[in-house]
Design a protein around this ligand. Sequence first.
Ligand code: FES
Length: 240
Amino acid sequence: MSDTIRFTLDDREVEARAGETIWQVAKREGTLIPHLCHKDAPGYRPDGNCRACMVAIEGERVLAASCIREPSEGMVVSSQGARETRARKAVLEMLLADQPERDAAHDRSAHIWQMAEMQGVTESRYPTLDSDRIPLLDDSHVAMRVNLDACIQCNLCVRACREVQVNDVIGMADRGHDAYPVFDFDDPMGESTCVACGECVQACPTGALMEASVVDEAQVGDSADYDSEVDSVCPFCGVG
Ligand code: FES
């Protein structure tokens, strides 16, 4: 039995290796599908929770999250059609509705803004929902800042801490729109068992978690390639 799968992606016949998702094949074939809760770096499993990466699959009524969906033999997938593009734009607009304005964003070059630009979204037609997260700013840590007003509950920081670095400091409290990342038992980050490896900062796609020195000096410049391994931001150990 062959361990590759042949399917059609945007009118081209392509091959998927065993275990590859539609998103991964598309990227390999030169099509970057927007993504927020997925980070294409070693150790990050896809979670499929933000729906920024939706594609249409022939014969299926519901759009699929390409970051988590594996193709099957003969499947016909569209990533650039009007329907899936409109849906992805709507998702980005809904998420941007609850973000600080870009001019006032904690990180104006954050991954979420790059994805919005790529999808042609510059503003949101949706209302902002008030957040119950209090306080929105946690500046108790010497190396990192937490800006909960920028959090989109993508869970990447939790996966970064728990699964990539195996530190298990970050979890999510509350549910739905009110969910937010917490450190240990909802301690201030600076009083938690965080070892300042910086993995969560590198994983965060919005600027909800940032390097303190960057925030303090207001020097957020061009982002490095988001989907790549990066050096640690830890000022102490350099382990990352
Ligand atoms: Fe695929 Fe979030 S990037 S669901």
